[in-house]
Ligand binder design. Structure first.
Ligand SMILES: NC(=O)c1ccc[n+]([C@@H]2O[C@H](COP(=O)([O-])OP(=O)(O)OC[C@H]3O[C@@H](n4cnc5c(N)ncnc54)[C@H](O)[C@@H]3O)[C@@H](O)[C@H]2O)c1
Length: 356
């Protein structure tokens, strides 16, 4: 029962998603059938590289190809329209994080998927990092006791907002683009929801480059388990920083502490001709070509492969209701989205904000 999958958006992350689905296709886990992309050059590149049908319009692709599932990899604020069109055509959805840049859009997507009876899975891959999974298990077993407080940071090199997607960075923010990963992770790890937030951010460096968004967004969030977690999401690390992203979570409980450095996984290279030494994260994604031609692996791949796994189980007869809780779904994404909104509200009003 092969799942026919299409992709909308063949930009930087779309290429990763296409690589993972193509690799899964070679293993018989799915069939990558088509790609839709508005940019003609990117579309042609994807058509040639993956040998799939190529469309400028995702609506035409849905009509012609009738895929079982679609991966939505358009900019953050453009997920809703594609998801609604997919649900209307009864196509299962793998949506990139954040689900949307407003909870209204996210709710529309959840309602459309529920009405159509299709899977809505949001690619929160931090849940698939083996270190985070070990922490989740340890918290569930009570090894940390009651979580009291914690600290999180996720920081990109400045090239991400200023070169990779300068055209839409100001319609997103470090909170929507980066923070959302760890807002979701913290709720998932602690099985708790955020209830109060106070946030602060600066608009200096990116604004001087003509990109009107925050350099960083720092937030103190209190959860319904009474834990207080600080989150720093930032887009301004210098180009010489030795990896594209710097990230860490530490949680302290009444009985223990756990710290996970998700940047420095112990692999450093210094090669002539490169601008600096590089610290790699092979947990995230293995590099190709692989010496044994192993399929792409790592947590950023596992979350996409898990979508295919859940879909296979659904097609084999398990209901979406029974499968709920086994993957990051639309409602989980809405919790992170509401927190992002509350963080932005607190940034703009300079006062703490309560989440209903
Ligand atoms: N999971 C992760 O770690 C991760 C990492 C990076 C990006 N992302 C997410 O992936 C999404 C895309 O980010 P990106 O960095 O690839 O951005 P990008 O700008 O490189 O690519 C987006 C692509 O979508 C295309 N597009 C826009 N509207 C379209 C439409 N209507 N039909 C077809 N194509 C359309 C654009 O032409 C562009 O090529 C964002 O939501 C982002 O947050 C996730």
């Amino acid at each position: 029962m092969t799942c026919r999958v299409a992709v909308v958006g063949a930009g930087i992350y779309g290429t990763h998603v296409l690589n993972v689905l193509a690799s899964a296709g070679r293993e018989g886990a799915c069939e990558l059938v088509a790609v839709a992309e508005k940019d003609a050059e990117r579309l042609e590149r994807a058509r040639q590289r993956y040998q799939v049908a190529a469309y400028e319009s995702y609506e035409a692709m849905f009509q012609q190809e009738k895929p079982d599932a679609v991966a939505i990899v358009t900019p953050d604020h453009l997920h809703r329209a594609v998801a609604l069109a997919a649900a209307a055509s009864r196509i299962h959805i793998l949506c990139q994080k954040p689900i949307a840049t407003s909870s209204r859009d996210g709710l529309d997507m959840i309602e459309a998927a529920e009405k159509a009876g299709v899977l809505l899975y949001v690619d929160y891959h931090k849940r698939f990092d083996p270190a985070h999974r070990a922490l989740k298990r340890d918290i569930a077993q009570g090894r940390l006791g009651s979580i009291l407080y914690g600290d999180v940071y996720m920081e990109d090199r400045i090239e991400v907002p200023s070169v990779w997607f300068d055209s839409w960075a100001q319609q997103s923010s470090p909170a929507w683009f980066l923070g959302t990963h760890y807002y979701d992770l913290a709720s998932w790890l602690m099985a708790s929801s955020p209830c109060r937030v106070w946030a602060y951010g600066n608009k200096t460096k990116l604004k001087a480059l003509g990109i009107d968004t925050y350099d960083h967004i720092s937030a103190l969030v209190v959860y319904d388990n009474l834990a207080a977690i600080t989150f720093h999401a930032s887009w301004v690390l210098p180009d010489c920083f030795p990896s594209i992203v710097n990230q860490q979570i530490r949680l302290v409980g009444s009985e223990g502490i756990c710290e996970i450095d998700a940047q420095d996984r112990g692999m450093l290279t210094s090669y002539s001709g490169e601008k600096s030494s590089q610290v790699h994260n092979p947990f995230s994604k293995t590099e190709q070509p692989d010496p044994y031609d192993l399929p792409l692996a790592g947590y950023t791949c596992e979350s996409i492969l898990h979508f295919l796994r859940i879909l296979r189980r659904h097609k084999a007869g398990e209901s979406l209701r029974d499968l709920a809780g086994l993957y990051p779904g639309g409602k989980d994404a809405l919790t992170a989205t509401r927190l992002c909104e509350a963080i932005h509200e607190s940034l703009e009003t300079a006062v703490p904000v309560s989440l209903a």
